[in-house]
Design a protein around this ligand. Structure first.
Ligand SMILES: Cc1cc2nc3c(=O)[nH]c(=O)nc-3n(C[C@H](O)[C@H](O)[C@H](O)COP(=O)(O)O)c2cc1C
Length: 362
């Protein structure tokens, strides 16, 4: 596939200085840490503050939080769904699962135990989780995740080329353990042959998606430069001016792998620049499994960030239903693939924007 792109200065977000400092503040959790004698309300606000830093498909941030006297509700925000790329809200719920994991980390960090009731109301499928603080519970099984708090602001989706150096088996085991403790499985592709086969599947699925006009329109709406608190703003003005949305190239740059200056990965660049490909899968494929996948994703991502690793996504063969079973076979898993990640070491990009807390708390 050709990668010729007009000389586009595809730089990170076209942000003003004040936007940039507001963004920096958002990712600085140190100043927001609840005081020792903080009340439940303050702690829950802090937990939501951490939740909104989670990754989400197209940076759609499809969540709402309702803070109660003794806990909070995590509710899916259907108005932020992606009907073309994610018709069953699978990625939407995975994104909410990642936000839930940050809530668990935040509560564990301040030493608060809580009960997590998943999909607690059969008549309200938008209500994903009810969190109830339980001061009587002395031991939390979440204690182990408390140290991951410092990794929350370090985590960022990094679509750059990673150094080709192989990851140690020790670090790979840590990532696999992170997924396993959240009831998911992380299968890995390490050899060049395996990575090339998966890269070919990604490229084919990318083409399938990009040949669908509805997919292009949906993606374009999340890339729009008018978006300042959500969406894929890192690719805003310059991308829109210089790249034609009717070419698959844009999807490759934006959703897969940017080898710099707006050039998408090609041929062998993807496997070469991704020393590890890893697939998170679950035993079932329903809302509760997607919530698990989201928590597993965030646990893997925070563990990776703690290890100084960079991660981004190659979800196309999971989003294109016909490619999903081929991916499962290549990844040697009989389970349902939920996320395909590239993992390595690379220079971290700037953070993407987030919605204001006031807009996600009701
Ligand atoms: C369920 C899910 C699916 C995602 N799929 C992709 C993808 O296919 N390609 C990609 O480049 N990024 C993907 N992302 C990453 C988001 O675009 C990213 O999280 C978002 O833009 C916010 O940026 P941040 O992760 O740096 O905070 C996905 C994230 C989630 C949670």
């Amino acid at each position: 596939m050709s990668t010729a792109v007009p000389d586009s200065p595809l730089i990170n977000a076209v942000t003003t200085a004040s936007d940039a400092s507001a963004l920096d503040d958002l990712w600085n959790l140190d100043d927001e840490m609840p005081r020792n004698n903080a009340g439940t309300g303050e702690i829950l606000h802090f937990a939501v503050r951490c939740a909104i830093l989670a990754p989400s498909s197209h940076n759609s941030q499809p969540w709402q939080f309702k803070i109660l006297n003794d806990g909070l509700l995590l509710i899916k925000d259907r108005s932020r769904s992606l009907p073309v790329v994610d018709p069953y809200d699978r990625e939407l719920i995975i994104s909410c699962g990642a936000a839930l994991f940050n809530i668990r980390v935040a509560l564990a960090h301040v030493g608060i135990s809580a009960r997590f009731d998943v999909l607690p109301d059969p008549l309200d499928e938008d209500l994903l989780v009810r969190v109830t603080v339980d001061h009587a519970m002395s031991v939390s099984h979440d204690d182990l995740i408390a140290p991951l708090l410092s990794a929350i602001p370090k985590r960022v989706t990094n679509r750059s080329r990673f150094s080709a150096d192989a990851l140690s088996t020790e670090v790979i085991s840590k990532l696999q353990h992170a997924a396993k403790t959240e009831w998911a499985k992380l299968s890995v592709a390490i050899s060049v042959g395996e990575r090339e086969a998966i890269a070919a599947l990604v490229a084919a699925a990318d083409l399938t998606q990009f040949s669908d006009e509805r997919f292009r329109h949906e993606l374009a709406s999340w890339l729009h430069p008018s978006r300042s608190h959500d969406g894929l703003a890192a690719f805003s003005n310059e991308l829109e001016k210089t790249l034609d949305f009717a070419t698959p190239l844009v999807a490759l740059v934006v959703r897969t792998f940017d080898v710099g200056n707006g050039r998408a990965a090609h041929d062998k660049a993807l496997p070469e620049g991704s020393p590890l490909l890893a697939c998170i899968s679950t035993a079932t494929d329903d809302a509760s499994a997607w919530l698990m996948a989201g928590q597993a994703l965030q646990r893997v991502l925070l563990t990776a960030a703690q290890e100084g690793l960079a991660v981004s996504y190659l979800n196309q063969p999971i989003e294109v239903e016909t490619a999903r079973s081929a991916l499962a076979a290549l990844m040697d898993t009989e389970r349902f693939p939920q996320l395909l990640l590239r993992v390595g070491r690379g220079i971290a990009p700037a953070h993407s924007p987030r919605r204001k807390l006031a807009d996600v708390i009701s």
